[in-house]
Design a binder for this molecule. Structure first.
Ligand code: TYD
Length: 209
């Protein structure tokens, strides 16, 4: 593998992305590759500054299109500063959320329309799409119950959205997964983390070659 791989992990709140990414990174390192774990929005100083603007709880007046543009701006900066250089040096990049989050959250759940959100993101990513996307699918009720059980979690502006919003996010993800079947694999995240890890690793290992 001369060039690296770009792997994104997607899913609603409480779907277990963070735990999975840590475990996948360990396995990638065991195979002798460099693993870079990162997240959106954020992942570099400029992108983190944009993240703070987006997720600040007091920013209740934020317009939906402003929100979508800020996510796309943060994505662009993170891609150029972190993701592309890592792929160029042969690393496997594991990124917590990417373009599909915008399609599901802003495009579908916020109602901006997937086509409009796809267009601004096409400009932002400039053809740099993931080699593989692991979508951790679970019932929003179960995801929200998991995060509520975590007393240490930070509560951001999007966490304050209700169940109806998170149901729409899931609908959006299912639609996106149907639209990009070669890139996105759907993994049943209602099961225990061990099963999710084994499924995810099977797909990922196949892409490493
Ligand atoms: P974060 O605390 O990173 O959430 P999580 O642990 O669930 O990934 O907050 C990121 C929030 O931003 C999350 O609610 C999803 C949302 N989001 C979008 O709405 N659009 C996007 O394009 C991205 C990347 C995230």
């Amino acid at each position: 593998m001369s060039k690296g791989k770009f792997i994104t992990i997607e899913g609603g709140e409480g779907s277990g992305k963070t735990t999975l990414i840590g475990r996948l990174a360990d396995r990638i390192k065991e195979k002798g590759y460099e693993a870079v774990t990162t997240r959106e929005p954020g992942g570099s100083p400029i992108a983190e500054a944009i993240r703070n603007v987006i997720l600040e709880r007091s920013h209740t007046k934020m317009d939906g299109r402003t929100e979508a543009l800020l996510y796309a701006a943060s994505r662009r900066q993170h891609l150029v500063e972190i993701v592309v250089p890592a792929i160029e040096r042969g690393a496997v990049v594991l990124c917590d959320r990417f373009i599909d989050s915008s399609l599901a959250y802003q495009g579908h759940a916020r109602g901006l329309g997937m086509e409009a959100v796809w267009e601004i993101n096409r400009f932002a990513v400039d053809d740099c799409m993931p080699d593989l996307t692991l979508f951790l699918d679970l019932e929003p009720e179960a995801g929200l119950a998991r995060i509520e059980a975590n007393a240490l979690r930070e509560v951001n502006r999007l966490d304050l959205e209700g169940l109806a919003f998170h149901r729409k996010v899931r609908e959006g993800y299912l639609e996106v997964a149907g639209r990009f079947p070669e890139r996105i694999v759907t993994i049943d995240a209602m099961r225990s983390p061990e099963f999710v890890l084994e499924d995810a690793w099977r797909y990922l290992e196949a892409r490493l070659g």
